[in-house]
Design a protein around this ligand. Sequence first.
Ligand code: ADE
Length: 232
Amino acid sequence: MRIDIITVLPEMIEPFIQESILGRAQKKGLAEIHVHNLRDYTTDKHRRVDDYPFGGAAGMLIQCQPLDACITALKAERHYDEIIFTAPDGEKFDQPMANELSLQENIIIICGHYKGIDYRIREHLITREVSIGDYVLTGGELAAAVMADSIVRVIPGVIGDVESALSDSFQDNLLEPPVYTRPAAYHPISNPNETWAVPDILLSGHEAKIKEWEYEKALERTKALRPDLLKD
Ligand code: ADE
């Protein structure tokens, strides 16, 4: 799939998308992420993309012209399944939305900035408005990075172990069970006489019993920490 991100701060997103799993996914040809500097699309000779809001409200708004020019240029190249605007008043981003978006061919994510964007862009060009949580960020760049990361990591082949993206917390409305690595018996620095032991069942080699234990623990943690996930 292809994700086009439109921003006034490309330098904030570019290093992030080249790193780690996102970077590798692109090298493997499983995803393409392109970052566009909104200022490259303005007709303003000073490269300004914002102006004061009509009606005297505080703050600055991104103008229609550069956004329209950038979106129109991208749409002339290919069809987009979604044109997303990141905004704190949007639909809440979650795992099902990440899964759903990962199945699309091409999406655009527009990062909001200043006090927002001219509402006419939201009315006429945007197909979906998405928030990553009930708090206000200084811009949509972090939201776009969060979305791109969680969308790309569920594309088959992106994470080495096929099972691991599907067994994540939230994929089945359950948090993950506790996980442990070597040593099986750890003596903490603060008290070397004490032993922090890995549950015996995980060392038993009994696959069916381990699965059952993991499910019980996942359920127990979900009930304790996120009972809202079990409602449906
Ligand atoms: N822009 C500012 N705050 C945001 C949020 N919570 N989610 C998405 N975009 C935003």
